[in-house]
Write a protein that binds this ligand. Structure first.
Ligand code: URA
Length: 454
């Protein structure tokens, strides 16, 4: 219910009535559907500073438990999208296509995909997020490259898009600022794994990019926010629906997150691995997911006839080194520097490392992405408060994959830490994450599970 109170002039100059925040929170807590007026008022009052972070956190928790109806979701998407600007269709005139992931552990796909898709003939105006919950964020990974700026102006973003055809930024105050604030709040209040909140967060950013096509990487498995296949399908359908209703063609690809993607977890370590993939190497699982998503982007942009051609062209580009060169151009354009001729590419490296060995023989039956993702946080590689800086150097380099046979004493992983305490914490995390058993347990999920379109 919307009640009196002066809400200050709305854009039209008409006074907006303010909601009573605790009443809106209580109604959502009790499972009522909020009217468009009520929800819009609550969200706008938050933006205006009349609803506090404490009240918004309580509201997000209520949504986590009660969900949102279709109309409420629609209001959330609209208010988020129009809390900022919608980008103009600048760029090089080529189709504008982006991809976004629902969040995973070891997910460095965007770093490879943006320059790869640009090489395939697309413009990729990529707007990414920071670490969220147990998952890493593309922005945090990029910022481990010395000098790299993700907070560039939209004018510079547009210029880079024209010159390099891909650019990677975070949300400025100008783009979906409501999502930016809610994202940071959700990260530290345990309210990330919510279908409507993820849907609105992703789609508001992507709709602001003025795209011709969008590919979503919807993660499935223990390391995903919504781990079950049915939940992942529902999330994919919700996002495809929100895009479709606004004229944006969206394809969702469900990919496995029952183990980390690639071999590294931790910001600078993941950039290093992504560079390996851009150079035509890197772990096979990362290459497979990258290739599939690149093929989907190319198809969405109409630069290939079918997925088979898209996959083939993506392989060729990776093998030929064109995507790596384009990534270097992107890094320089965004103020960063890499030394590709050096072993560590000029990325920050942890001062101490420790090899963690198996304490029994058997089969690696599972690698728990959740444990590794959360394990980076106490070593300083992720946040427990919104305003924290992170240490890009720390993390895990896995030396085994699910299904490998190990003997007692064989190395399982290398922990990269900033102190001896980190190494101790990290070793415990590795033992918790890696299950060595007498035989294989559940078979790992296929890497690419399903494709969902309108
Ligand atoms: N990525 C986003 O941008 N938002 C979410 O809520 C989850 C993943």
């Amino acid at each position: 219910m919307v009640v009196g109170g002066r809400g200050g002039p709305a854009k039209s100059g008409v006074m907006r009535t303010r909601v009573i925040p605790q009443q809106v929170i209580a109604r959502k807590r009790d499972g009522h559907a909020l009217s468009a007026h009520e929800l819009e008022g609550f969200l706008k009052d938050y933006l205006d500073g009349h609803v506090g972070d404490d009240q918004m956190a309580a509201f997000l928790m209520a949504v986590y438990f009660r969900g949102l109806g279709d109309e409420e979701l629609d209001v959330l998407v609209e208010v988020m999208l129009h809390s900022g600007r919608v980008l103009e269709r600048g760029g090089a005139g080529a189709p504008r296509v982006d991809k976004h992931s629902t969040g995973g552990v070891g997910d460095k796909v965007s770093l490879v995909l943006a320059p790869l898709a640009a090489e395939l003939g697309l413009v990729v105006p990529m707007m990414s997020g920071r670490g969220l919950g147990h998952t890493g964020g593309t922005l945090d990974k990029l910022e481990s490259i010395p000098g790299f700026r993700t907070d560039i102006s939209l004018t510079r973003f547009d210029r880079i898009l024209r010159e390099v055809r891909c650019a990677m930024i975070g949300q400025t105050e100008e783009i979906a600022p409501l999502d930016r604030r809610l994202y940071a709040l959700r990260d530290v209040t345990g309210t990330v794994p919510s279908l409507p909140l993820i849907t609105a967060s992703i789609m508001s950013k992507k709709l602001a990019e003025s795209l011709d096509g969008l590919v979503l990487d919807v993660k499935v498995g223990e390391g995903a926010f919504l781990s079950g296949i049915e939940e992942a399908r529902a999330l994919a359908r919700a996002m495809v629906g929100v895009g479709g209703a606004r004229g944006l063609s969206v394809t969702a690809v469900l990919t496995a997150m029952d183990r980390p993607l690639g071999r590294t977890v931790g910001n600078a370590l993941e950039v290093r691995e992504a560079l390996g993939c851009l150079a035509g190497g890197g772990p096979g699982d990362l290459r497979e997911v990258v290739t599939e998503l690149a093929a989907e982007m190319a198809l969405a942009g109409g630069v290939v006839a079918d997925l088979a051609e898209g996959r083939r062209r993506a392989w060729e580009v990776l093998a030929g080194g064109g995507a790596l060169e384009r990534f270097e151009r992107l890094v320089v354009a965004q103020g960063g520097s890499l030394t590709l001729s050096q072993a560590g590419y000029g990325l920050p490296a942890a001062p101490v490392t420790r090899v963690v060995a198996a304490n029994r023989e058997g089969v690696v039956a599972g690698i728990d992405p959740h444990a590794l993702g959360y394990g980076v946080i106490p070593m300083g590689g992720g946040r427990t408060r919104q305003d924290q800086d992170i240490d890009p150097r720390v993390g895990f380099e896995m030396l085994v994959a699910v299904g490998d046979l190990v003997s007692r004493g064989d190395p399982l992983a290398v922990v990269h830490g900033s102190s001896r305490d980190d190494l101790f914490i990290g070793a415990r995390v590795v033992h918790e994450a890696v299950t060595v058993a007498d035989g294989p347990e559940a078979a790992p999920l296929p890497l690419v599970l399903e494709r969902i379109t309108a």
